[in-house]
Design a binder for this molecule. Structure first.
Ligand code: PEP
Length: 254
């Protein structure tokens, strides 16, 4: 059975102490209550990673991730951070291809393919984000867009490497807007993604791939979204900044 995951994306929020407090609160609420194959992941700013990994020790279903990593192994890239550096503090995951990185930092599918390779080569598990903009949905090109993000971003991977990925479908029009995709809209795209994975790799690989939904997910709508056959959890932005809300979403699978 594929893994159910609820991952928080703190984005560029919380100073060092605020981050540690929030994480401790979340652990306190969820520590005895994560059942099944579920995993809670918190993707924090880089400054928190090392300390969060220390706080998460002993809780084997709570993991820590970064929100970006550079495509090069190391070198003269002032201000950047490498996958190896992230891994060295004990983080397990890295979000790649978030729409804010695509939009504000010009990250292309081609670049993201390289970032994915480097992250995997350094033992990180990418949470690879894909999703269409409002204009693309209105123009009814969303299936094409999703397919090209898959093909150009991650379908070059061999089966073993692909098996380490988590995919997050995040319609750009639903991120931070308070507008959530309906459970039918989300399920339709998740099923499409799984079908594309089956066509490229195999049904077994498709069935084993965790596909998260992201976009204004909150404690009120999470249960309905996560009840869909092809939705295996969520990538949570705004609601991950409130310990009770994030914990309530994590506990949807219980
Ligand atoms: C995100 O940033 O990945 C996200 C889903 O944000 P929000 O939940 O705030 O829409």
């Amino acid at each position: 059975m594929r893994k159910k995951i609820v991952a928080g994306n703190w984005k560029m929020n919380l100073d060092y102490n605020e981050g540690l407090s929030l994480f401790s609160e979340v652990i306190n609420i969820i520590k005895d209550e994560i059942t099944g194959t579920q995993e809670a992941v918190v993707c924090s700013p880089f400054i928190h990673l090392h300390s969060l990994v220390q706080l998460a020790k002993g809780y084997n279903k709570v993991s820590v991730g970064a929100q970006n990593a550079h495509q090069a192994e190391s070198g003269a890239y002032t201000g950047e951070i490498s996958a190896k550096q992230i891994k060295s503090v004990g983080a397990e995951y890295v979000i790649l291809g978030h729409s804010e990185r695509r939009q504000y930092f010009g990250e292309t599918n081609e670049l993201l393919a390289k970032k994915t390779d480097t992250a995997l080569a350094n033992g990180l598990k990418p949470i690879f984000c894909i999703g269409e903009t409002l204009q693309e949905r209105e123009a009814e090109t969303h299936f094409e867009i999703i397919k090209s993000q898959l093909v150009e971003g991650i379908f070059h991977l061999d089966e073993a490497s692909f098996g380490k990925l988590v995919i997050a479908y995040e319609p750009v029009w639903a991120i931070g807007t308070g507008v959530t995709a309906t459970s039918e809209q989300a399920q339709e795209i998740h099923a499409f993604i799984r079908q594309e994975i089956a066509a490229k790799y195999s049904q077994a690989v498709a069935d084993a791939t965790t596909i998260l939904y992201g976009g204004s997910c909150n404690p009120k709508n999470a249960a309905e979204l996560f009840a869909q056959a092809d939705i295996d959890g969520g990538l949570i932005g705004g609601a991950s900044l409130k310990s009770r809300d994030f914990a309530d979403i994590v506990k949807v699978f219980n």
